[in-house]
Design a binder for this molecule. Structure first.
Ligand SMILES: [Zn+2]
Length: 449
């Protein structure tokens, strides 16, 4: 049976050493605040701390050069160094005698674009060397270069801070009403008349049409199933222990291709155009949670794999269902999409959590793993796992909804059982069609607005 533990069990096992950004929030632990979630989310979207460091590094020589001709920068460093000198009962010389310490050192940088960190350190050392006869000069030189570093770091982080500020301004003003049973039924009917949903409901085996090969979907083109995009990972297991059935018979590639077709139809082309496709890693293992019958009991733990997404990779077992490939790529799309889907799913979870009492700690999902806390509220179709709390700001809402929509036996159940959850995700990922479908306008009051 789909829907509760059978499906949820095989999702998201953290890898052996997960980076802190992916950590779970245990039941009973304080819930992260929205500003922190937004910072984690946008940071991950921008490539993490490493990308911000690279941006700061790329700026540091241009900043140093611009600032070595900037009187205000000298004045700031001079004022700071003077204060320090005053507390030590010493004196500061004329600022105009200090400026050449820096300008000469900067002018000596041979080729500023080649090795920013090394050049920066060399210029700093040269300035300090020139200042050596007088300790007060050294204080000035150190302060100046320190200020340049801080400036470059602040500038590199500015887009992140701006994204968080913009997000919070929008998020705090959002409203959404709760539909009653009658309104839910009417909403589900309107959803079923959307052209894409109508296609899904008639295309029972999900043999979705192959996308137009002349159109570009992923920013880097091609499909998830491209030969160069699928990596087989044996996890160091000896050949006898490798489970390769669906690799050798090609079925896993068919499932990846189906997931690719589904996602290309589920997400606005303009959004996919802005993100590269994630790499698909296939483990020569059995999907964990798959068929807990007699046979599977005999499978050793090192041959079971729980699917997850991390950065630009989705990592699945060779026999994971196509809907699980959809689920994991859904996480990646949620993180990378700059549509409103991430904002809106957090609003949905926050409102349902508040409606269920609004505890300030993560709640226990009695059917879930001990470490996996959740927000309160009902998710009648996709279950408690849907509102799992991640400190990274990731959610299960987009993934679970796409997974259920992608599975023929669950499409209708998803729409009729929770039109609000369905619509939050659909409008976020497929806004062109959602917003152009007139029958849905009566229900916009039940979405974040
Ligand atoms: Zn998931």
């Amino acid at each position: 049976m789909y829907g509760n533990r059978a499906v949820q069990d095989r999702l998201e096992m953290p890898p052996a050493s997960p980076p802190p950004v992916q950590r779970d929030v245990a039941p009973g632990s304080a819930l992260p605040n929205v500003t922190d979630l937004a910072e984690s989310h946008y940071k991950e979207q921008m490539g993490g701390d490493a990308a911000i460091s690279r941006a700061a590094e790329a700026r540091i020589i241009p900043d140093l050069m611009a600032r070595s001709g900037n009187q205000a920068m000298y004045q700031t460093a001079y004022a700071k160094a003077s204060k320090l000198a005053a507390t030590r009962g010493t004196w500061m010389p004329d600022i105009h005698k200090l400026i050449p310490l820096v300008t000469n050192a900067v002018a000596a940088i041979p080729n500023p674009s080649l090795n920013p960190q090394q050049d920066f350190r060399a210029a700093q050392a040269a300035a300090q060397n020139a200042a050596r006869p007088d300790p007060v000069h050294i204080v000035f030189a150190v302060t100046f270069f320190h200020d340049v570093t801080n400036y470059a770091e602040a500038q590199a982080k500015a887009p992140l801070n701006q994204a968080v500020t913009n997000f919070m301004q929008g998020f705090l003003g959002l409203q959404m009403q709760v539909p009653n049973a009658q309104q839910k039924t009417a909403w589900a009917s309107a959803l079923k008349s959307m052209p894409w949903i109508a296609t899904l409901l008639t295309d029972k085996d999900r043999a979705l049409p192959k996308p137009d090969s002349r159109s570009r979907f992923w920013q880097d083109g091609g499909g998830l199933d491209d030969a160069g995009n699928v990596v087989i990972d044996t996890n160091g297991l000896p050949p006898k222990k490798q489970v390769r059935t669906d690799i050798d018979n090609g079925k896993v590639y068919e499932r990846i291709a189906r997931a690719d077709r589904f996602l290309k139809s589920a997400v606005d082309q303009q959004y996919l155009n802005r993100i590269n496709k994630p790499q698909v890693v296939v483990k020569t293992m059995y999907a964990s949670g798959e068929k807990a019958g007699g046979f599977f009991k005999k499978v050793s733990d090192d041959q079971k794999w729980r699917a997850h997404q991390l950065g630009n990779k989705v990592v699945l077992a060779q026999n994971d269902d196509y809907s699980i490939f959809v689920h994991e790529v859904g996480h990646y799309i949620e993180t990378m999409s700059d549509g409103f889907v991430w904002r809106d799913v957090h609003k949905l979870m926050a409102d349902r959590h508040a409606g269920a009492g609004g505890a300030n700690v993560a709640l226990l999902d009695p059917t879930g793993a001990a470490a996996e806390g959740r927000y309160g509220g009902d998710y009648p179709v996709t279950g408690n796992y849907t509102s799992k709390v991640y400190a990274s700001g990731s959610t299960e809402v987009v993934s679970m909804t796409l997974e259920y929509l992608s599975r023929p036996s669950d499409t209708l159940r998803m729409i009729e059982g929770d039109p609000q959850q369905t619509a939050v995700v659909l409008r976020g990922l497929k806004p062109t069609e959602y917003n152009n479908h007139h029958a849905l306008r009566a229900f916009d009051q039940f979405l974040p607005h």
